[in-house]
Design a protein around this ligand. Structure first.
Ligand SMILES: C[S@@+](CC[C@H](N)C(=O)[O-])C[C@H]1O[C@@H](n2cnc3c(N)ncnc32)[C@H](O)[C@@H]1O
Length: 266
């Protein structure tokens, strides 16, 4: 694939190669040093629409920035076109950063883009990032797993290519289960219906974190029973991570620095 970068565990960023890079949840301080270095070295940055301007500003002044879109169901560059652009730019000898929100390996269509690179014999590497679930759970002072409560956690998508995504509702409906639901706004009523149908408690806590780690972060603490009603009343229009099975820990509300960032509903 690549030769090794002597100053890092990541392979070197060679000309004519692609760096699939996780941009984290939005706060530029949550970028990794590997991501910062890749952005500084990039000739071309193909980025999702969720990437904040402060992070794009880390690219060098001569880097070409290309937005690929991908905001929920809204129109965006077709995946085949994104694949073609990645390959075409790398073929010119450019160092291409494919910048994805959070961690590139989670709900990021990464495999399709890697397969396009492999088919074109273009070298690539993956630089991990902090996923939205990690930022969201930190903002409410909770942990995703807890001894005696849940020994596993699920990362779910609310919808997939076929529409609302199906999951193992029977297991999820058990007490103590925790799930981080990505792209879950439009499917909230569907998810609620499935979980209740499979015996979940109506009082199960659900916390929605909009714009996790960003200055406009908002937290909506509710229950499975009230999820769709409170979600539509809150009018959250940014990216939302739904934490099923978790309520904000009381102390999280008074943590210095966090309190000013959190506008809570409910
Ligand atoms: C296409 S997925 C990409 C996930 C990303 N690869 C990650 O690891 O976070 C987009 C979804 O991630 C979630 N998301 C991304 N950034 C977020 C943020 N800062 N706050 C809350 N949710 C976020 C939302 O559910 C959004 O609809």
């Amino acid at each position: 694939m690549h030769r090794k970068d002597p100053s890092s565990s990541a392979p070197a960023f060679a000309p004519g190669s692609v760096s699939f890079t996780g941009a984290g949840p939005g706060d530029p301080d949550l970028l990794t040093r590997q991501a910062l270095r890749a952005l500084a070295q990039a000739d071309v940055v193909l980025h999702d629409s969720l990437i904040s301007p402060e992070i794009l500003a880390e690219a060098g002044p001569d880097a070409r920035l290309i937005e690929t879109g991908k905001r929920g169901f809204a129109p965006s560059m077709a995946q085949a076109e994104i694949n073609a652009q990645i390959v075409a730019h790398a073929r010119t000898g450019a160092r291409v950063v494919r910048l994805k929100s959070g961690d590139a390996t989670i709900f990021g269509r990464l495999d399709e883009e890697i397969e396009a690179c492999d088919a074109a014999r273009i070298p690539w590497r993956i630089l991990p990032g902090i996923t939205a679930a990690s930022a969201a759970v930190a903002s409410i002072g909770q942990s995703l797993t807890r001894r005696g409560r849940n020994a596993s956690v699920r990362l779910l998508t609310g919808h997939d290519m076929a529409g609302f995504a199906d999951h193992d509702w029977t297991t999820l409906a058990r007490p103590g289960e925790v799930a981080a639901i990505y792209m879950g706004k439009a499917s909230a009523r569907f998810v609620q219906g499935r979980l209740l149908m499979h015996g979940a408690e109506r009082a199960t806590p659900v916390t929605l974190v909009e714009n996790a780690s960003r200055p406009d972060q908002r937290i909506l603490a509710t229950t499975l029973d009230r999820l769709p009603v409170e979600l539509s009343a809150a009018g959250l229009d940014g990216p939302v991570l739904t934490l099923y099975g978790l309520a904000p820990r009381a102390a999280a509300r008074v943590l210095p620095g966090l309190a000013t960032q959190q506008k809570e509903f409910a």
